[in-house]
Design a protein around this ligand. Sequence first.
Ligand SMILES: Nc1nc2nc(S)n(CCO)c2c(=O)[nH]1
Length: 158
Amino acid sequence: MNKAYLGLGSNMGDKKRYLYDAIQILNHHEQITITTLSSLYETAPWGYVDQDIFMNLVVEIETTLGPIELLDVCQQIENELGRVREFKWGPRVIDVDILIYNDEKIECERLIVPHPYMTERDFVMIPLAEICPQLVVKEKKVQDWAQNFNQEALKIIS
Ligand SMILES: Nc1nc2nc(S)n(CCO)c2c(=O)[nH]1
């Protein structure tokens, strides 16, 4: 059995609904079990800032899928929910990123794990610290990475 952490985000349309639908598709996949969900956070856009605020959360899963098979499922979910890639780091109805896969370091054309930008992103590290503060990522505990960010900047929404 493999353990992975996925970062989900949306900043277009009914953001909560898109995130809920993505979680439902993951949970109904016969080779994926959702074991923990972070809270849902309202977050300021990172990377390309001239866009709407995001909603983000992190999901812990157990899966029998390999990393590329899991990536295929994540991309299928994005396609199924209507994601259109207009430009890099632009607005999107849904994003499902693989952040961590076991303790593997993967670097291939389609996939880099741990996610290359994850430790620079409050919208990843703060939800991740909520569910697995002691996990070590890039040789440092998640809780220590999360302390680099202003915890107040992210609002937990119900
Ligand atoms: N707050 C926030 N900013 C973002 N910038 C990009 S790109 N993304 C997409 C992440 O792959 C986000 C995001 O999910 N949340």
